[in-house]
Design a binder for this molecule. Structure first.
Ligand SMILES: Cc1ncc(COP(=O)(O)O)c(C=O)c1O
Length: 377
């Protein structure tokens, strides 16, 4: 893989060493071009360009289906953010009072509040604390009982960078007859995910992190056998089998994920998201993963020379593109500030420094982070 050709698509590299993809990613040039193209087309044509727009959306949907190896393109639907996708399950699940949902206590708030919000419906959110840098599957299992209906985890935990073993958790859910939901935003794009191999019942991810799209355009997936069992939220004109026959009211919901695309889609966002997705799929997600792990391995192997200790698990099956680090005695905010003054974008989460390079970053950029941090005391 020619990573310098890949890198040439990222204007951000002219200005910053950007290693904060776990926050909001910079757009590649192809996504900027897609946004501009959409804007120009809309300015010049309005609705008269509908055919091109429909074709564009169909392409992005099919690329999204490819990304997760969805059994059908129809099982993938566009969401305005991850939260919306989580709500499709949290609000739509056929709960009974006394049911519970199990989730790690250190999840990003978007994957906590929608479940906690179910208290009014008599549903308990069982929040399972991590052990240091890990979510233990045995702890998740121990929190489950005969009233557990849903288990919700992130692909990768946003602060610690811990990559959950989705195959093993999925198996556990299958064994117990529990619905398995994955907030995939911190992994999708950087790590392969195959919903036909991994027993995930639903997932959601906005495109603005590892998928390199703009905010406000992402994807959701619901396994077909669950479509009729979730009460659909956000139903609108486009949720039905014959969506464009506005004069005929015929309330037959689409038999697939399309029912959750109730109204107008974020066409510019989806279009730009699609351009980034094409770039990633052309590079190959497995290649992207190897490159992200190469860069983060380098960071961790050389962290000590900057006085940093690595908090994240770097076990082969647990490591991700997010590395959480500490410099004893130095607040992470000071490290982030010093980096920014040196033209480097990193972040802090969970009281620690968070560094999250993508495949277009370089070993030299990682070394620059270490050099700057070495000088901060
Ligand atoms: C694990 C996780 N889920 C979700 C989000 C974002 O949610 P949304 O797309 O609803 O803003 C983030 C952003 O930091 C995240 O880290």
């Amino acid at each position: 893989m020619n990573w310098s050709a890949f890198r040439s698509h990222f204007p951000v590299t002219q200005k910053w060493a950007f290693l904060d993809h776990a926050a909001v990613a910079p757009l590649p040039d192809v996504a900027v071009a897609a946004l501009a193209e959409y804007g120009t087309s809309l300015a010049e044509n309005g609705i008269a360009a509908i055919r091109e727009q429909v074709a564009r959306i169909a392409h992005v949907r099919s690329q999204s289906a490819k990304l997760i190896n969805s059994p059908s393109v129809d099982d993938v639907f566009f969401v305005p953010n991850t939260t919306h996708g989580i709500g499709i399950v949290a609000e739509g699940f056929p709960w009974q009072p006394g049911d519970n949902v199990v989730l790690p206590a250190e999840e990003y708030p978007a994957n906590q509040y929608p479940w906690m919000n179910l208290a009014a419906r008599g549903v308990e959110a069982r929040r399972v604390p991590s052990r240091g840098n890990r979510v233990l599957i045995d702890d998740l299992r121990a929190a489950m009982d005969g009233r557990t209906r849903v288990l919700a985890v992130s692909f990768v935990e946003f602060a610690s960078g811990f990559r959950n073993d989705l195959d093993a958790i999925g198996e556990l859910c299958r064994e117990k007859g529990v619905f398995f939901f994955v907030d995939a935003i911190q992994g999708l794009g950087a790590f392969p995910l195959d919903v036909q191999k991994t027993p995930i019942d639903a997932l959601a991810a906005d495109g603005h992190k590892w998928l390199l799209g703009p905010e406000g355009a992402g994807i959701g997936y619901v396994r077909r056998e669950w479509v009729e069992r979730l009460h659909p939220i956000g139903v609108g004109a486009h949720s039905v089998v014959r969506p464009f026959q506005y004069g005929t009211i015929d309330f037959k919901l689409k038999p697939h994920g399309g029912r959750w695309e109730g109204g107008a889609l974020n066409l510019p966002g989806i279009s730009a998201f699609g351009a980034s997705l094409d770039l990633l799929l052309d590079a190959g997600i497995e290649n992207v993963r190897d490159r992200v792990l190469h860069l983060t391995d380098h960071l961790c192997e050389h962290a000590a020379r900057a006085g940093l200790t690595v908090f994240s698990s770097r076990e082969p099956n647990e490591k991700s593109g997010i590395v959480s680090l500490e410099k004893p005695g130095v607040p992470p905010e000071s490290l982030v500030k010093a980096c920014r003054a040196a033209g480097i974008i990193v972040n802090f989460r969970g009281g620690r420094l968070r560094v999250s390079p993508h495949a277009y970053n370089t070993v030299e950029e990682v070394d620059r982070v270490l050099d700057v941090i070495r000088g901060v005391s």
